[in-house]
Design a protein around this ligand. Structure first.
Ligand SMILES: Cc1cc2nc3c(=O)[nH]c(=O)nc-3n(C[C@H](O)[C@H](O)[C@H](O)COP(=O)(O)OP(=O)(O)OC[C@H]3O[C@@H](n4cnc5c(N)ncnc54)[C@H](O)[C@@H]3O)c2cc1C
Length: 382
């Protein structure tokens, strides 16, 4: 069954699709969202690290105050195992209340879902989009329930999981996995995060409630082995890996793993179709960039739509302007993340020393410290 022409159709009500719909509404543009998951689906337990910049976006959309279970990061301690060099970043270095925030994906998606409902944005849950057909005047969505919907602009925010996702323009498989869980340490976290680089891969402790969220990366076989360790052996291995800055590791929740890769598909999809968030790029979590870049995608696209005359929404010129506007931030975030993973995940002596010098420079050279902190908060600017 064919339906009339919509304004903008969004595929996926994950954080990026939901933020896009809310930001479009602030621009006075109605969007309709199709989400494959049923309204009452349980989402997974992943933990997100939000930058101060993402916090500002959520605040402007009226979502920030709805969030519970948010833990601020006011300091970040960066080190490498078995070598000199420590750098510390603090919120006051860049004059912000927090460098970032840690919260469960489930909390964010629930708050966004409520905000969508309160704003009376049309969201259809349990409707998967099977196929998108581009066109000169409008793109058509074919939903699994048999309907076809058309709009001058279709925004794909499906996390890159749609069957029809194009092949990435650039891809790197790090052959690494992240082992994630929550851990309790002997010493309280005092809102300090740790990023520790080791030859096997980076590991991060992010303050969450009265515990830490752990992201421990290792090559695929090691990660599977680590995740399968019984609690006591896991806690002892973590102590050996991370060191004793937080005292002993006392307790760990069940471990989960997920594969890490870099994939850059880009926003350019086809006529009248644009990809944003994880649908456009997937990053290694080492620098906490991926999710935050996705939110900026959504925000910038909505702003551009607001600045575009209604008859030009989704035009080739508008989509080219969007791609141009996002290039520096996205490619900068991809490059920065890839650089960190590749330069820090090895034990080559000259690199080890260079890394030590780099961390030292970061520690003692305030403009560099401010540059790195600002990049992690706001992304790269053109
Ligand atoms: C297993 C896993 C663990 C992660 N852990 C972390 C972490 O610890 N820290 C961190 O910062 N980031 C993490 N990330 C990355 C983070 O989750 C993403 O950056 C973020 O979720 C991107 O948001 P998004 O809205 O683009 O995509 P998603 O959150 O994936 O949302 C996409 C939405 O689209 C819907 N959808 C998919 N296909 C269709 C379709 N055909 N039709 C309609 N709807 C569809 C999905 O149901 C979903 O609701 C993780 C990612 C994964 C996959």
């Amino acid at each position: 069954m064919d339906e009339g022409l919509n304004n903008i159709l969004i595929v996926g009500a994950g954080p990026v699709g939901a933020v896009c719909a809310l930001a479009l509404q602030q621009q006075g543009i109605a969007a309709r969202v199709l989400e494959a998951r049923p309204a009452d689906a349980r989402v997974d337990t992943r933990i997100l690290a939000l930058s101060h910049g993402s916090q500002l976006i959520l605040d402007r959309l009226g979502v920030w105050d709805r969030l519970a279970d948010v833990t601020p990061i006011t300091r970040i301690h960066i080190s490498q195992r078995g070598a000199l060099g420590v750098a510390r970043l603090a919120a006051e270095d860049v004059d912000v209340p927090a460098l970032g925030y840690v919260l469960p994906y489930a909390v964010l998606t629930a708050a966004l879902k409520q905000a969508l409902a309160d704003s009376r944005i049309a969201v259809e849950y349990g409707v998967a989009v099977d196929r998108i057909v581009p066109g000169a005047e409008a793109a058509a969505l074919h939903a699994a329930d048999g309907r076809t919907l058309a709009a001058p602009l279709v925004v794909v925010a499906d996390g890159g999981r749609g069957d029809a996702a194009p092949a990435p323009k650039f891809e790197r498989n790090y052959e690494q996995m992240a082992v994630v869980c929550e851990v309790q340490t002997e010493l309280p976290h005092a809102n300090q995060a740790f990023e520790r680089f080791t030859p096997e891969g980076p590991a991060a402790l992010l303050p969450k409630g009265d515990r830490y969220a752990l992201v421990w990366t290792a090559d695929n076989a090691d990660a599977q082995r680590i995740a399968a360790l019984p609690d006591e052996a896991f806690l002892a291995a973590l102590y050996r890996h991370f060191g004793g800055r937080q005292g002993l590791f006392l307790h760990a929740s069940p471990r989960k793993t997920f594969p890490l890769r870099l994939a850059y598909t880009g926003s350019e999809a086809a006529d009248r179709v644009v990809r944003i968030g994880n649908a456009a790029q997937t990053l290694h979590p080492v620098a906490g960039q991926g999710f935050n870049i996705g939110l900026r995608d959504a925000w910038e696209l909505a702003s551009l739509c607001g600045d575009t005359p209604p008859e030009a929404l989704g035009s080739a010129a508008m989509l080219a302007a969007y791609a141009r506007g996002r290039r520096v931030d996205v490619i900068g975030g991809l490059g920065f993340t890839d650089f960190l993973v590749r330069v820090f995940s090895n034990d080559i002596a000259p690199l080890r020393h260079a890394r030590g010098l780099g961390l030292l420079a970061l520690e003692v050279f305030p403009p560099l410290k401010s540059f790195v902190a600002r990049r992690m908060i706001f992304g790269a600017r053109g």
